[in-house]
Design a binder for this molecule. Sequence first.
Ligand code: BEZ
Ligand code: FE
Length: 306
Amino acid sequence: MEQQARYEGRIIENADEVTPAVLDAMAQAPNARLREIAAAFVRHMHAFAREVKLTEAEYDIGIDFLNRIGKATNDRHNEGILFADAIGFSTLVCLMNNGNNGATETAAALLGPFWRMHSPRTESGGSIVRSPTPGPELFVSCTVRDGKGAPIIGAEVDVWHASPVGMYENQDESQADMNLRGKFVTDAEGRFRLRTVKPAGYSVPIEGNPTGDMLKAQRRHPYRPAHLHFLLYKPGFKTLVTQVFVDDDPRLKTDVVFGVTRALVGRYESHNGPAPAPEVASPWYSLDYTFVMEPGEAKLPIPPIK
Ligand code: BEZ
Ligand code: FE
C-alpha cells in the first residue's frame, strides 16, 4: 500500500511560504497522477503571478473571465473548449499526443467545440446536405489505412462542417437538424465517399463571450480557414480526430485556433467538365484524401455540445 504523507500544515508568514504550503497540502492525494498534475499546476500558476506581478485588480478580472467562460457554456455552446482553442492549448495537447508523442508530423487536429454524437448514418456516396445549402458541390473520396498500407475496413467516420455562410447547423435556425453532418463506414477497400458543398472559412463566436473579448483586445481576426472535420473510430486503432483544410484559403497561416499543419492541407480540385452526377453545376470540386490510423485505444471524446 502507498505510504500516505502526514500533512501538518503551517501558519503562513509571508508570500514566499504560500507555494510550499499549498504543495504540502496537496501532496497527500493518493492518486499519483493527480498529485503530479495539481502540483505542477500550482507551481506554474504561482510562478505566473510572480512573473507578471499580478495586481489585485487583475486578479479580479481573471476570476471574472473564468466565471464568464462557465456561464457562457451550455448544451449548444462550449466556451471552455473555444478558449483553450484560441490560446493554442488544444492544438498543443493534440500534437503532443499524436504522431510519435509529438516527435513527427501527425494527421490529427483539434476536435473544436462543434462535434455532436449520433450523426445520421449515411451510405457511402450519399449527401450530408439535409436542407437547402448554397455553395459549389463537393465530392469527397477517402481511404483509411494502417501504417503498413492495409485498408481499415468497418471504421466509423463522422464528418461535419460549417455551411458556406459560416455557421454549424446547431448555431443556425435556418438549417435542418444535423445538416452537414454524417456518419460513414469504410468498405472492404477502406474507402468511403460523400457529397456535400464546399466549406467556407468562418468566424468563431465572438459576440458577448469572453474568448471574443480576448481576441478583440489582442487585435486578432476570429476566422478559421475552410475545412471539413473527420473523426475516425475503429477498435484496435487510436481514434483519429482531424480536419482537412481547403488549399486556396487565404487564412491557412493565421487560423485563429492554430489548427493547420502541412499534412492537413487537402487538394480541393476545381472542375468545369462533366460532374459525377448529372444535375451538378460547374464549377464543382473534388477532394481525395487518405487517412492513416495508428494502433491504439479507440475512445470517443466527451461531446462538447449535445
Ligand atoms: C471548429 O473548427 O469547428 C472550431 C474549432 C475551434 C474553435 C471554433 C470552431
Ligand atoms: Fe470547424
